[in-house]
Ligand binder design. Structure first.
Ligand code: ASP
Ligand code: MG
Length: 244
């Protein structure tokens, strides 16, 4: 039995149909005999929409309140995905960042993870639950909610994979892997089978937005092998690891 962390970005859970699609991927993985922790982002443009709402009311709103607001986006995703998984007949529980043990510093809007207290995650896995965790968020020492910065759910997934010594960390997105150039812009862009952490970081600096930089740095630090793949097309993606 393997422990697999699967992360799904905002476009992968953008609407009911996509949430059901994710529920099927997750439950197929569980059915194959694995323990599964799922990390999800807010649906579609939810985070941008929430930021716009804040701007409308108070362009100078404190980051603490913005984080309080933005954390709601991921809360919607985890509960809906848990309901979808439940509807397929599988045992599941959703957890907010703080419930999953994410302790961060107090830099609202771009908090750093200090540690993950894995007790609750481990207890839920021991109960044979599929565990759905809100990405992008944690709690600081004042018991206030924090967020990890835009695209932070990738980092949440890598952090869980490191803390639980997961066998695999799969990052599902709307492209089929890591390409030599942006496949949406360059016609003969080629998909890579493997890439090193450093090459991945370089690509990100050049503007590729496949993985959040901090997540790659953390994956490198804790030797978490990543697989970047599509949630819509079930073909092998790109492996990110130390030596490609
Ligand atoms: N929902 C957050 C964002 O849009 C986090 C994420 O997507 O990873 O930045
Ligand atoms: Mg998002």
């Amino acid at each position: 039995m393997s422990l697999i962390v699967q992360k799904f970005g905002g476009s992968s859970v953008a609407n009911a149909e996509r949430v059901m699609n994710v529920a099927r991927i997750v439950t197929d993985t569980y059915k194959a005999g694995n323990e599964v922790v799922v990390v999800v982002s807010a649906q579609g443009d939810t985070t941008d929409d929430l930021i716009a709402k804040a701007q409308e009311i108070n362009p100078k709103a404190k980051n603490r309140e913005i984080d309080q607001l933005l954390a709601a986006g991921e809360q919607i995703s985890i509960s809906l995905l848990a309901m979808a998984i439940e509807s397929l007949g599988f045992p599941v529980i959703s957890l907010l960042g703080w419930q999953a043990g994410f302790n961060t510093n107090s830099v609202y809007g771009s908090a750093r993870i200090k540690n993950i207290k894995p007790n609750r995650l481990q207890a839920e896995l021991a109960r044979h639950n599929i565990v759905v965790v809100a990405g992008f968020q944690g709690i600081n020492r004042y018991d206030d909610l924090t967020t990890l910065g835009r695209g932070g759910s990738d980092t949440s997934a890598v952090a869980i994979a490191a803390a639980l010594h997961a066998d695999k960390c799969q990052i599902f997105t709307d492209v089929e892997g890591v390409y030599t150039a942006d496949p949406r812009k360059v016609e003969n862009a080629r998909k890579l089978k493997e890439i090193t952490y450093d090459e991945m970081l370089e690509l990100a600096t050049l503007g590729a937005q496949v993985l959040n930089n901090r997540s790659v740095e953390m994956a490198k630090k804790y030797s978490v092998e990543l697989e970047v793949l599509s949630s819509l097309n079930p073909i092998p993606g790109t492996i990110v690891k130390e030596v490609a």
